[in-house]
Design a protein around this ligand. Structure first.
Ligand code: GLN
Length: 649
């Protein structure tokens, strides 16, 4: 028993099964011999699952469904310009076997009617006819994901009777569209039409087109994505001959039919559909095939112009550093300053698949924020934003944002135009003096930003920021620290030294004179050079550390090998109480992130002082409790942001 998709297909299958209308193709004698009421439907997904109902493994000749695939091969062999010199891409509204050329260009009107298809075959490269056919057969096989073979009987039958195609061939020769031997070209065309496929093969060939040219089961690239887009465009407008307009309106998928009774339809990025049923309508399209495609499109909402909803906001959450601080230990003054100016640094959390519309929302929001503009509808004040008096009743005027952190961890995919837009916007922001960083552990956007030469149109001397140097962080916390540092260096008192004296360390400053004396004399001042491992997880206590200068980072490396920052400690902070007080091993690594000076109370010195001054242990515990409280408060704050729902802008 299958799933609900099988049931949907079953319903369509039963619906179309009733029809006995139409006749099998009679003009190729061998085709008239097939069982007329065979019927199969396949849907192949772009991840390679094939739903099958009915006669999906019965061989049929590919016939005109071969045309887009040979056209793709001709494009790959000769290039688009050379092919366009011979074959137009205009819907003809004529039957597939019309003996006609466009009166103005004197070219076949498109590659989906026989005149264009025979021309495509003539453009396939190869030393001799045998090699050309082998290249065609191999190309179709790559789309299908298995080796396809020629149906000798159908080929012989069409070669004997294909006088109309001969007429078309000679017409093409007389207009110098075909320059090679016409009979060789016609023979190649008859052979390509007589390759055996099944309904299942056809659905995978269609799914390969839906999957940008790569067979979803074998992973083999049958055609380049750019060519696939070109071929699908022509299938959309010309694939169903004189039924193309109604087809596009009702079914809304690029498609191709063949007089063997097959039809393929392609929904780019989603599915390839194939239907097989040999009775044909007056256009030469399978009657049940057409019915099935109409029903599948309607029931499964497959019309490629069906707009389900407007593009969702690409900004999942947006918040200021004032609301969500890093886990960096900061002095009270720094915390106060960050509260004060923290609205000037913003985190933009982007998500989903970023195409033009999603990137547009993001860059518009960022540009507005850099101006300190709250209305995100620029049209409202499109006159001259600079002339607006900021003090005049504009209660919603905010300070311009100076620091931006773009978090792309939840972005699934980004189109090249989206990454170019973000790269160009970043360059604009930098030239306005905004500091910009990324949280991008997978490198989804950072490579585009480093490649600023051809992505930005802004002038290169406008700022002193190293353009190639993209601030990229693997985790949000490190980026938040960077953002806070940027705000502190812009707004803080940078003349104040970051180092502290031992007696000014908050832990010491809180002690009584007596206790302070006892503790300081037990402490050892230790220098840790940049990069030094101060403690390693699992190891025994190395004592209590009071940081006097520099930065100490505590990190963990996740299962994918990405390093995450747990906390960064600066002068005035302490660490190592827990292993010391509880006699347990360290649970994380601490290393010197800069040159570090710390005062260290070794376990031995601690046992000593515990005996002589029990109150010191109490003071340490109180300090630990206070820090735990501060961290918990921050964690609660951060969790509130993590829960922030999608933000409509
Ligand atoms: N071999 C067939 C022909 O050229 C293909 C036509 C078709 O499938 N529409 O007549």
């Amino acid at each position: 028993m299958g799933n609900v998709v099988d049931e949907l297909i079953e319903r369509v299958y039963q619906y179309a099964l009733d029809s006995r209308d139409g006749e099998v193709a009679g003009y190729i004698p061998e085709l008239a011999a097939v069982p007329p009421d065979s019927f199969g439907i396949c849907i192949a997904t772009v991840d390679g699952h094939v739903y099958e109902r009915g006669d999906t493994r019965t061989p049929l000749t590919i016939q005109s469904i071969s045309k887009p695939f040979t056209y793709a091969l001709a494009l790959a062999d000769r290039g688009r310009a050379a092919v366009a010199d011979k074959i137009d891409v205009e819907p003809s509204g004529e039957p597939f076997n019309e003996i006609s050329l466009d009166p103005t260009t004197e070219h076949p009107r498109n590659p989906m009617i026989n005149a264009g298809a025979i021309t495509s075959a003539s453009l396939v490269a190869g030393a001799d006819p045998a090699e050309r056919f082998e290249r065609i057969r191999a190309a179709y096989s790559a789309y299908a994901g298995r080796e396809l073979t020629l149906n000798e009987d159908v080929y012989q039958s069409e070669a004997r009777t294909g006088h109309r195609n001969r007429a078309i061939g000679y017409m093409l020769r007389s207009f110098d569209i075909i320059t090679d031997d016409v009979d060789d070209v016609l023979d190649l065309y008859f052979r390509q039409c007589s390759i055996d496929v099944t309904c299942r093969d056809l659905s995978l060939m269609a799914a390969t087109l839906a999957n940008n040219g790569t067979n979803p089961r074998t992973g083999v690239e049958a055609a380049e994505p750019a060519l696939v887009e070109h071929v699908l465009s022509v299938m959309a407008t010309c694939g169903m001959y004189d039924e193309a307009g109604a087809w596009l309106t009702e079914v809304g998928m690029p498609a191709k039919s063949g007089v063997g009774g097959g039809i393929i339809a392609v929904l780019p990025g989603q599915v390839g559909i194939a239907v097989y049923s040999p009775r044909l309508d007056e256009h030469g399209n399978s009657v049940r095939g057409v019915h099935s495609c109409y029903e599948l499109s309607r029931n499964l909402e497959l019309h490629f112009l069906h707009v389900t909803r407007a593009s969702r906001s690409s900004i999942r959450a947006k918040y200021a550093l004032a609301e969500s601080q890093s886990r960096m230990w900061r002095s009270d003054e720094e915390r106060a300053l960050l509260q004060d100016v923290g609205t000037r640094a913003i985190v933009y959390e982007l998500h989903g698949d970023l195409l033009f519309a999603g990137a547009e929302i993001a860059v518009r929001e960022m540009a507005n924020d850099a101006r300190g503009d709250t209305s995100n509808d620029e049209n409202a004040d499109s006159g001259n934003p600079d002339s607006a008096n900021p003090d005049l009743g504009s209660t919603d005027k905010r300070p311009a944002v100076e620091v931006m952190i773009i978090d792309v961890r939840r972005v699934d995919d980004m189109s090249s135009v989206a990454s170019k837009m973000l790269a160009a916007e970043r360059a604009h922001l930098l030239s306005r003096g905004v500091s910009v960083a990324l949280v991008d552990p997978e490198g989804i956007l950072s490579p585009a930003l480093s490649d600023t030469d051809d992505t930005t149109g802004t002038d290169k001397t406008s700022n002193d920021v190293e353009r190639g140097d993209v601030q990229t962080f693997a985790d949000l916390d490190t980026a938040l620290q960077w953002g806070e540092d940027a705000l502190i260096s812009r707004h803080g008192d940078t003349s104040r030294p970051h180092d502290i004296e031992l007696n000014d360390h908050p832990l010491i400053a809180k002690l009584s004179d007596d206790q302070r004396e006892a503790l300081t004399s037990a402490l050892e001042i230790v220098q840790f050079p940049n990069g030094d491992a101060i403690s390693v997880s699992g190891s025994k206590s190395a004592g209590l550390h009071l940081v006097l200068s520099g930065r100490v980072a505590s990190t963990l490396t996740d299962n994918r090998g990405v390093e995450h920052n747990i906390i960064t400690l600066t002068a005035g902070s302490t660490f190592g109480e827990l292993p010391l007080l509880l006699d347990v091993p360290w649970v994380n690594d601490f290393h010197a992130h800069t040159d570090v000076t710390a005062a260290v109370l070794t376990p031995d010195a601690f046992s000593e002082i515990r005996r002589s001054h029990p109150e010191v242990e109490m003071a340490l515990l109180r300090n630990l409790a206070a820090r735990t409280h501060a961290q918990l408060t921050q964690a609660v704050q951060a969790a509130k942001h993590a829960g922030a729902g999608p933000l409509r802008t």
